[in-house]
Design a protein around this ligand. Structure first.
Ligand SMILES: NC(=O)c1ccc[n+]([C@@H]2O[C@H](COP(=O)([O-])OP(=O)(O)OC[C@H]3O[C@@H](n4cnc5c(N)ncnc54)[C@H](OP(=O)(O)O)[C@@H]3O)[C@@H](O)[C@H]2O)c1
Length: 258
């Protein structure tokens, strides 16, 4: 039997302290939709700004804490109808040498951080009413970035996992969806300052605002579509990089490595 949800139009968003997650929280609050915000750190100023939001201090890398959070929402009959698994990090993990720690941290956040939500929801699949689970992926998944290997692998694995979940759980009330984003003007993009300059310039030409991205994600989340690339032109950028990798020997070898 399905749980009766008190908030059929509520949304859980991970990573709302900045960037796209914060933009999404702001968007939903302004629409009068109940938001559950999941962040690894508490931000008193942010909480004061959004008194209607239910903030949860949970590191998404902590599977037990995520499971507990979902159990708590189930107990209170407050499971949201939409989960936006947005929290993510980007790290240069292969600049002068390969950093296993950096690589592991990125995967633990971007891939396992999302899967930590998927596992308990899948366990509840026969009890939940329609629940949309939206993963925020990246066009990076189309072409390897040798500087941020973990980021590329994490987003590729996340996208592929959601494709499989979408098929596997097609006949249940869990609707797995994924958004493939191009560069968006947020701190994660400016943190990539170790990239070759040309890469950063090209990225900036293709970047879109948080505002436009948030509107596109919110519209997609309630639609029946299973995936979305936004903006579409970003796909051309990364497919182009992929092609260059295949055709130009030494592409990416602009910087000396020993
Ligand atoms: N911006 C882009 O160009 C772009 C392009 C493609 C895809 N994306 C994806 O979009 C998503 C949002 O990125 P953004 O650009 O908005 O980045 P952002 O501004 O850096 O925001 C990331 C959010 O995730 C949170 N977070 C990180 N690790 C966490 C953890 N272990 N537990 C809970 N929260 C955690 C951060 O919290 P703290 O404040 O504590 O760090 C922050 O709130 C990411 O998945 C990213 O990969 C972004």
């Amino acid at each position: 039997m399905a749980f009766t949800q008190n908030d059929s139009s509520s949304v859980l968003i991970t990573g709302t302290t900045s960037g796209i997650g914060r933009g999404l929280m702001d968007f939903y609050v302004k629409k009068g939709i109940k938001v559950f915000a999941v962040n690894r750190r508490q931000d008193a100023a942010l909480e004061a700004l959004y008194p209607t939001v239910e903030f949860h201090k949970v590191d998404i890398q902590d599977a037990a804490a995520v499971k507990k959070l979902i159990a708590d929402l189930v107990d209170r009959k407050k499971v949201p109808s939409i989960f936006v698994l947005n929290a993510g990090i980007n790290k240069v993990d292969n600049d002068e040498f390969f950093s296993l720690d950096g690589f592991r941290e990125v995967l633990n956040t971007n891939l396992f951080g999302a899967l930590n939500f998927v596992a308990p929801l899948v366990a509840l699949r026969h009890q939940l009413p329609e629940t949309k689970i939206v993963a925020i992926s990246s066009v990076t998944n189309y072409a390897a970035n040798p500087y941020c290997l973990g980021y590329y692998i994490s987003k590729k694995a996340l996208t592929q996992s959601f494709k499989v979940f979408c098929e596997m759980y097609r006949k249940t009330n869990l609707k797995f969806k994924w958004v493939v984003l191009g560069p968006v003007l947020t701190p994660i993009v400016s943190s990539s300052d170790k990239f070759p300059k040309i890469m950063t310039q090209i990225k900036n030409w293709f970047s879109v605002s948080v505002d436009r991205t948030v509107k596109a994600i919110a519209k997609f989340a309630v639609s029946n579509r299973v995936s979305m690339i936004f903006p579409f032109r970003a796909r051309i950028l990364f497919r182009g990089i992929w092609l260059a990798q295949q055709l130009i020997p030494g592409f990416y070898r602009g910087r000396k490595r020993s």
